[in-house]
Design a protein around this ligand. Structure first.
Ligand code: FAD
Length: 405
């Protein structure tokens, strides 16, 4: 008899949580499990700001997907998903089609550029390992050529970071740790470096309270960051960025580097497959299934769930993606075992910690505010917890932030 086939798209936080739970919950004669991912490796998306700034080597943020799979139960396909043909129960990859009985879409996010002129070409978004490497190399190149190349020299040492949300602030924390090293390496007077953060909305880090935000802002300002709140990027060019407040004529800022961390949307596969969505995110049922297809689950950054308390969607986070992965796995196992009482997803908010470089951070953990070294230690605990949840002790020892050896 043909076995039921479960196909999981994406080996990020959501996809790996689902597959590692399913391989424990199902016997190999109950279902065939397939996971498809663009690369042979998983990367810790939440560490990419470090690889982008050059404070952590890019190999530290990734590991082979197969390391956490039980190969007796799970097949891994390396391939790029182009589209889901939901009515035909098929996934279209670049070079093949894969059929499914149950599907989990966990393909993460793409940068949202809001149609801003030049952003696709000249803005650098922190989206994956290779994007992070490009950013690190681009910035280093600006420093390396400062004394030797006259062309576009004015903006060579100016870095604009668009977005003062989580990603932008975490990147600034790392960048401001890295700049002194780059200046030393390339004999550059640090006063020549300019770091400008522009934020279109009136708020920096809106998920944190005033005291913590003030702490983060004064720390970054003391390391040389200029904040321009209520100011949006209007256009990006190779050697300059036009920024301005609403209703004002945009000002030209000479800058060869623009880091775009001002918005994400769900993966393009959601649009390409014709699924109803809001900014690439599918509003899922409480059991995490797509309303129109009861054999398709959507989790992580491709999904949208409303927070009943605020009546607004939860922001896309690794914490939510992982918790959804656990519920999704339990629900698929139930369906395979003929049960109908599917579990609803309820977000268990354990808190959020935003790093401000190597040894500083702010956070709210189990409702308690923390900052400084204590928060920084907690950030590493959070990072390591994700490794442990997915790959157990062996992965934690190999990749963890705390140096055990
Ligand atoms: P991901 O973990 O991004 O995984 C998606 C996977 O799908 C990837 O492996 C990708 O290669 C693969 N994929 C994509 N497209 C295709 C395709 N077409 N075909 C095949 N495979 C594909 N969240 C927190 O909770 N805490 C934090 O501290 C935090 N910090 C962050 C810092 C940064 C710099 C960034 C960028 C994000 C941060 N986030 C944080 C958000 C968090 O990383 C995301 O919400 C989380 O990664 C979403 O998980 P996911 O499983 O949906 O997608």
């Amino acid at each position: 008899m043909k076995k039921t086939r479960i196909v999981i798209l994406g080996a990020g936080y959501g996809g790996l949580m689902t597959v590692t739970r399913l391989q424990k919950q199902l016997n190999s004669d109950e279902a065939e499990i397939v996971i498809i991912n663009k690369n042979e490796y998983h990367y810790e998306t939440t560490w990419l700001h470090e690889a982008s700034a050059g404070t952590l080597h890019h190999d530290r943020v990734r590991y082979d997907v197969t390391k956490v799979l039980n190969r007796n139960k799970v097949q891994f396909i390396q391939g790029e998903v182009l589209e889901v043909k939901a009515k035909e129960n098929k996934v279209v990859l670049k070079d093949q089609e894969v059929s499914f009985d149950y599907l989990v879409i966990a393909l993460g996010a793409n940068a949202e550029t809001f149609g801003i002129k030049g952003l696709d070409k000249y803005g650098y978004a922190i989206t994956n390992v290779n994007a992070a490497r490009r950013i690190r190399e681009h910035i280093e190149y600006q420093f390396a050529t400062y004394h030797t190349e006259e062309e576009k020299k004015d903006g060579r040492l100016t870095i604009v970071v668009a977005g003062a949300g989580f990603t932008g602030i975490e990147f600034l924390g790392e960048l401001t740790n890295r700049i002194p090293e780059l200046c030393k390496d390339y004999d550059i007077d640090q006063s020549k470096v300019r770091i400008v953060c522009v934020e279109a909305s009136p708020a920096i880090l809106p998920q944190f309270d005033r005291e913590l935000v003030d702490y983060a802002v004064s720390l970054l300002e003391s390391r040389g960051v200029e904040f321009h709140v209520g100011t949006a990027v209007q256009e990006a060019r190779e050697d300059c960025v036009f920024i301005g407040k609403r209703g004002e004529t945009p000002k030209e800022l000479k800058a060869n580097t623009l880091i775009w961390s001002a918005g994400v949307r769900g993966n393009a596969v959601i649009d390409n497959s014709g699924f109803e969505n809001m900014r690439g995110r599918v509003k899922v049922n409480l059991d995490l299934r797509m309303p129109a297809f009861n054999n398709i689950f959507v989790i992580g950054d491709c999904s949208m769930i409303i927070n009943e308390e605020t009546n607004r969607p939860y922001p896309p986070t690794a914490q939510i993606a992982m918790q959804q992965g656990e519920v999704c796995a339990r629900n698929i196992a139930k369906l395979i075992q003929g049960k109908t009482n599917l579990e609803n997803f309820v977000f268990d908010d354990k808190g959020t910690v935003c790093s401000l470089g190597e040894d500083d951070a702010i956070g709210i953990v189990y409702g308690k505010k923390i900052k400084g070294t204590a928060a920084s230690v907690m950030k590493k605990v959070v990072d390591d917890r994700a490794l442990f949840m997915i790959g157990g002790t062996s992965l934690l020892l190999k990749k963890g932030k705390f140096n055990f050896f």
